[in-house]
Write a protein that binds this ligand. Structure first.
Ligand code: SF4
Length: 576
């Protein structure tokens, strides 16, 4: 199925700011943090936040002195603010700057004795807050017909709820201008909402159907559904990928996808991935089968394991050794096992909220767990055929891979006043993965041949492998940054930001090019080093595709990142 993804889909500026503030605070405090109402209209994210100690304030909660209460993006009325402050708590304001601007406009016009008309949903939190600023000079309406119910006034100021549909505001504003002579209609629909609505109007023209992703109680998501339906397009409103009605969607060839302002990126991308998997009724069975096989190879980590074997082959050519087939087979099994293990621990608590799952998911997990165990056993057996030394090394590598994912209390490392398991040490995943790959694809074949390790060829190939694998991990981390921030996983992008990580990726790629060129020029590596320089161009190519938003989704990012290893192997075959 062809998917047209709206560029404006996902977190808006206000939600991103609020989320960052709350997450930052929750990291620094071990106490429960309260939000006055759900931080965003997304049940899955609220569930994850609760596990991180961020709780939606309810009537049963007894606030204590020095507790922290966050005001969410919608803002609150001055009266509500005083009420919260009366408990002696710290109030942190995460009101969206665009909403705060409307509050300021209302305050100013109220002082100048205007009657304030707020156009919006009177039950929506933002409107309740705005009405508090307008006080007894304020009136909330939503239709042009309600203008007749407003009292007479000399001066009228009109504002809209920030996420109101532009056409609704236009109609009501026009009716107010007809009735009163001195009217100021203020443009308060936030630019993010405006752009999002405008884009889905345009995008839906080119699609057969529209999918809107977002909370059912999110006003701006419902507006998008309304706009799309108004355009006469079949519209599907879903909160998660599990809700997609695949049978109904199968009849469409092209589907436009947008999302509300509080829809996390990973939920949006899951929906897009799932839609791409739906084959229109017209697709040929052979095409469907090929796609399904491709998806299985990526999802099961068989593709990345194959890439590692290809890299091992390329490394042998770089060092000018021929260790036979065994190291490639061992590498394949080892990487498959370790990556599957990493997949299970990576999911952790997050998986529960990410995809509710069912028996299918449970049996799939069981299958992958078995695959991890069986591939580890085969790696050990194969290594064992080469003598006790190789067997011990493989046992140690598998043990270290496992150790990284298991929390053993006395192996925790002190950081920032806390003792953390290895995998929670910031950016440790990238470091460990790079070292693990370098050991199995460089060290293992080298020791099989009984060669001395104190050689420039060994050192340079080890470094180059570490760089390649780290580049790939960082690239994936950039894709997962929003998910990692919300679940509190500290990766390099969550610490130094997307831009900083992209700069780091390019710097590491340049370093890789330097290692290859110097190694080949000085004869420390074989002349294959020069051919491997093509990998740097390939890395720049996929980073560019990501930067230009040409690829964003999970599977294409995964395929592009792992193809660099396959490419290394293909180059080695060509070199031979
Ligand atoms: S939709 Fe607009 S007003 Fe609402 S939080 Fe986002 S940026 Fe702010």
């Amino acid at each position: 199925m062809k998917v047209l993804l709206a560029e404006t889909a996902g977190f808006c500026k206000g939600v991103r700011l609020a989320m960052n503030k709350v997450l930052e605070h929750s990291e620094q405090s071990s106490r429960t943090i309260y939000t006055d109402g759900p931080l965003i209209h997304n049940p899955q994210t609220i569930e994850i936040l609760e596990r991180r100690g961020v709780k939606v304030l309810s009537d049963e909660d007894r606030l204590k002195l020095n507790d922290t209460v966050f005001i969410r993006t919608h803002g609150i009325s001055p009266q509500r603010r005083k009420e919260i402050q009366s408990f002696g708590v710290t109030v942190c304001d995460a009101t969206c700057p665009d909403v705060a601007k409307i509050q300021g406009l209302i305050r100013r016009h109220r002082r100048a004795e205007y009657m304030v008309v707020i156009v919006g949903d009177r039950n929506h939190a933002e409107v309740i807050g705005l009405a508090g600023y307008a006080g007894d000079q304020g009136h909330v309406i939503i239709t042009a017909e309600e203008v007749a119910t407003l009292p007479d006034a000399e001066k009228v100021c009109v504002v809209a709820q920030s996420t109101l549909e532009t056409s609704v505001y236009f109609r009501v504003g026009e009716a107010i201008q007809k009735r009163y002579s001195n009217v100021e209609v203020l443009d308060t629909i936030c630019p993010s909402t405006y752009r999002r609505q405008d884009e889905i109007r345009q995008l839906s023209k080119a699609a057969d159907a529209v999918v809107v992703v977002g909370g059912r109680n999110s006003a701006n998501t419902r507006q998008l559904v309304h706009i799309s339906e108004g355009n006469g397009k079949p519209t599907f409103h879903v909160e998660t990928a599990e809700e997609l009605d695949e049978n109904s969607l199968r009849q469409y060839h092209t589907v436009a996808v947008t999302a509300g302002a509080s829809t996390p990126n990973w939920i949006l991308m899951e929906v897009v991935d799932r839609l791409k998997e739906i084959e229109p009724q017209s697709a040929s069975p052979v095409f469907r089968l090929v796609k399904q096989i491709g998806r299985f190879l990526v999802k099961s980590n068989i593709f990345v394991a194959f890439g590692s074997a290809m890299l091992c082959f390329a490394n042998a050519r770089l060092m000018g050794i021929n260790p036979g087939w065994l190291p490639y087979e061992v590498t394949f099994c080892y990487i498959l096992s370790v990556h599957l293990m990493s997949h299970f621990t990576h999911q952790g608590a997050f998986a529960l909220a990410k995809s509710p799952g069912g028996s299918n998911q449970a049996s799939e997990s069981k299958f992958y767990l078995w695959l991890a165990v069986v591939s580890a056993a085969i790696a050990l057996l194969l290594a064992g055929t080469q003598g006790p030394g190789s067997f011990m090394i493989m046992t140690l590598l598998l043990f270290l891979g496992l150790l990284y994912h298991i929390d053993i209390p006395y192996l925790r490392l002190p950081l920032g006043g806390k003792k953390l398991p290895l995998r929670l040490i910031p950016a440790s995943k990238d470091l460990f993965m790079g070292i693990g790959w370098a050991f199995v694809t460089v060290f293992f074949p080298f020791q099989l041949k009984g060669l001395s390790f104190i050689t420039p060829a060994f050192f340079l190939t080890f470094t180059a492998t570490f760089l390649l694998v780290t580049i790939r991990s960082l690239f994936f981390d950039v894709r997962d940054i929003q998910e990692d921030q919300i679940v509190g996983r500290e990766t390099l992008p969550t610490i130094i930001g997307t831009k900083g990580t992209m700069i780091l990726i390019i710097s590491l790629t340049s370093l890789y090019a330097l290692v290859m060129s110097v190694g080949a020029a000085l004869g420390w590596l074989t002349s294959f080093g020069k051919l491997m320089l093509l990998l740097t161009a390939y890395i720049c190519f996929y980073v560019y595709l990501y930067h230009r938003r040409i690829i964003r989704r999970e599977t294409p990012v995964e395929v592009l990142g792992n193809t660099q290893f396959v490419l290394a192997g293909v180059l080695a075959f060509l070199y031979d």
